[in-house]
Write a protein that binds this ligand. Structure first.
Ligand code: NAP
Ligand code: G4F
Length: 333
């Protein structure tokens, strides 16, 4: 039975990955930040009392900016696999808090690699680094592959480029099993509510039941390659099961504008989004990433990984989930 350590376990991907690893029989240890209110709502359904004999999910307080804590944790838990998913992951917010973003995303990844290097002296461990299609930024070619040069356009993306290169550096310098997943945007009903897809599905369903009148957005012309988060955590796992460490793009190979995502979402609810959406310049970014479109053929060939859900199906799935929330909210008024 394998043991995994997951940073960012309370986030969208961390919660789906924890479910997947538990299904596969792993012992799962998650790093959670102390907060003044509980931040474990995405994993509460899989958490059991750790004193129960069959408990396999364990949570530990920690923070990516605290390298000593991470090293102690890694040496204590002795994980076979480490998934570094923790991050200040909001691109727009990274312009407001650049130094904090670089600390968690950049130095945080370095802290994880250093902790893994210490463990590696006595026990082999494998590291997954959550790299991002945002690194392609002002894209140099389309579609983007593992060989496309990076051109980051935000403090977040710059920090992810740093973490990517450190992961490759630790692989080469210390002969470590350290791999990057270069993941394009992936969404779900568990997506944070300030990312554009979830902001749209939450608003559209609340509008449908009469709880909201307007939806304020920024740039509607950017194009994103949107997939389903559950597919992507399966890809993360496959990346660490591969016979050698490497870097892989996970994407759908299709791209849509925000307008098209609005069409899908409001269309599912028989609404015309033009009547409800207004542009608020607050949501524009100092620098925008105009187009992301990934080529996942390497992951398909070497890992047997492919996405299973189209963007339209994803929008429908998210609307279905958020409609239940909206109806419950309306009923409680
Ligand atoms: P998310 O929902 O924003 O989750 C981020 C996680 O990181 C949360 O568990 C958060 O904890 C934790 N975290 C934040 N700051 C931390 C710190 N200083 N120390 C420890 N943990 C910290 O992000 P996600 O969408 O699941 O993405 C997972 C990873 O993949 C991130 O690294 C993200 O940058 C990367 N990525 C995401 C996408 C995507 O489209 N979703 C694409 C490419 C790459 P709290 O719950 O306490 O806030
Ligand atoms: O949903 P977003 O905030 O995602 P973004 O910036 O692409 O970043 C996400 O995907 C990355 C992978 O490529 C991850 F690394 C990162 O952690 C995160 O998960 O914005 C998508 C697009 C942008 O072009 C943005 O300008 O939507 C546009 N947009 C328009 N109005 C908006 C809004 N984005 C947000 N968040 N809120 C708006 O009101």
């Amino acid at each position: 039975m394998k043991t995994a350590l997951v940073t960012g376990i309370t986030g969208q991907d961390g919660s789906y990955l924890a479910e997947l690893l538990l299904e596969k029989g792993y012992h799962v240890h998650g790093v959670v930040r102390r907060s003044s209110t509980f931040n474990t709502s995405r994993i509460d359904h899989i958490y059991r009392d750790p004193h129960e004999a069959d408990a396999r999910l364990f949570l530990h307080y920690g923070d990516l900016t605290d390298g000593q804590n991470l090293t102690n944790l890694v040496l204590d838990v002795q994980p076979d696999e480490i998934y570094n998913l923790g991050a200040q992951s909001h691109v727009r917010v990274s312009f407001d808090v650049p130094a904090y973003t670089v600390q968690t995303v950049g130095i945080g990844a370095l802290n994880v690699l250093e902790a893994a290097r210490q463990l590696n002296k006595t026990k082999p461990t494998r590291v997954y680094q959550a790299s991002s299609s945002e690194m392609f930024g002002e894209v140099k070619e389309t579609p983007q592959t593992e060989r496309t040069p990076f051109s980051p356009q935000s403090p977040y993306a710059c920090a992810k480029v740093y973490a990517f290169h450190q992961t490759v550096n630790y692989r080469k310098s210390y002969d470590m099993f350290a791999s990057n997943g270069i993941l394009f945007n992936h969404e779900s009903p568990r997506r944070g509510e300030t990312f554009v897809t979830r902001k749209i599905t939450r608003a559209a369903t609340r509008i449908k039941v009469g709880l909201q009148e307007k939806l304020y957005l920024g740039n509607l012309d950017a194009k994103r390659d949107w997939g389903y988060a559950k597919d992507y955590v399966e890809g993360m796992w496959r990346i660490l099961q591969h016979d050698e460490p490497d870097d892989f793009v996970l994407a759908t190979g299709e791209t849509q504008t925000i307008r098209t995502f609005l069409d899908y979402t409001f269309g599912t609810l028989d609404l015309d989004w033009n009547q409800y959406v207004e542009i608020d310049p607050r949501y524009f970014r100092p620098a925008e990433v105009d187009l992301l479109l990934g080529d996942y053929s390497k992951a398909k060939a070497k890992l047997g990984w492919s996405p299973t859900i189209s963007c339209k199906e994803l929008a429908e799935l998210m609307v279905q989930h958020d409609m239940v929330l909206a109806k419950n909210e309306a009923a409680s008024k």
